[in-house]
Ligand binder design. Structure first.
Ligand SMILES: Nc1ncnc2c1ncn2[C@@H]1O[C@H](COP(=O)(O)OP(=O)(O)OP(=O)(O)O)[C@@H](O)[C@H]1O
Ligand SMILES: [Mg+2]
Length: 260
């Protein structure tokens, strides 16, 4: 099956206010797709709806051939997980390690395997020293990394990351982003972000405006289109600033040593 997520004519209203306004989107299996748009454009709502956490007003969402409804959200959660923009929505245990153990225990993973997985992920994300802390006493960024670890450790096929690096310092951003890039090879990844740099490696970018998809384009097209970047409050990544400057001077690409 090539399509892993199919969203058809999706509408969502809160108190008669239209938040999602006729979204049609197909995400292919194994795709690395970016979603961006201004604050309030509906990105998180779309992500929560795909994750089965919102009641759909009209339209349908099919994940791996199964149409989302009230009865199958448990099943869908095994295939598709989301890391929330606000980590307070994600952490439940009284110790960080309990939170990591809990999901795996639910999946029937053995004690020794649980230990291996926890030590691997905590090393990769640099959270070894946080394992015995109470999540409610962690900083926002620390909570965010713990929430990311909690999803990655369960290894769902599809992961939606909703602005997960926005609270992190540069070193943690790098750790998390590098983990995501590793997953891209084997998983379907939806990256919601305002940070242009995190869209560079995606295969295509969806631009949302007022709960509608306005553009579905390659990151290269997006980053070469200054007026589109401005419209959606996106910065031009450094690589594209350099490329533009080289072009102005007659060079064709980075690495070209003679200008025309
Ligand atoms: N629980 C809610 N009740 C009513 N309106 C809501 C609720 N959650 C979100 N909204 C509204 O839905 C719209 C879309 O919000 P959403 O959080 O999906 O935007 P977003 O694109 O993720 O924004 P941001 O970039 O700030 O994260 C906004 O106008 C917001 O005010
Ligand atoms: Mg959001």
């Amino acid at each position: 099956m090539k399509n892993i997520i199919e969203i058809t004519d999706l509408y969502l209203e809160y108190d008669e206010k239209k938040i999602l306004n006729g979204v049609n989107l197909i995400i292919n299996k194994g795709e690395f797709i970016g979603i961006t748009g201004k604050n309030g454009s509906g990105k998180s709502t779309l992500a929560r709806t795909i994750s089965g956490l919102e009641e759909i007003t009209k339209g349908k969402i099919v994940v791996e051939g199964i149409e989302l409804n009230n009865n199958n959200s448990q099943h869908i959660r095994k295939i598709l997980s989301m890391v929330f923009q606000n980590p307070n929505n994600q952490i439940i245990g009284t110790k960080v390690i309990d939170d990591l153990v809990f999901g795996l225990e639910n999946y029937g993973v053995s004690r020794s395997e649980i230990q291996n997985k926890i030590s691997k992920i905590s090393k990769e994300l640099g959270i070894e020293e946080l394992l015995y802390r109470n999540p409610s006493e962690l900083s926002g960024g620390q909570k965010q990394i713990v929430a990311i670890a909690g999803v990655l450790i369960l290894d769902p096929k599809i992961i939606i990351f909703d602005e997960v690096t926005s609270m992190l310092d540069n070193a943690s951003k790098k750790l998390v982003y590098n983990q995501i890039l590793k997953l891209v090879k084997t998983h379907t990844i939806v990256m919601i972000t305002h940070d242009s740099r995190e869209l560079i490696e995606t295969e295509r970018v969806i631009l949302l405006e007022n709960g509608r998809i306005r553009e579905d384009i390659s990151p290269d097209e997006l980053f070469k289109n200054s007026s589109m970047l401005k419209k959606y409050n996106l910065e031009k990544p450094f690589k594209y600033i350099v490329l533009e400057e080289l072009e102005k001077r007659g060079y064709k690409e980075i690495g070209d040593i003679y200008a025309d």
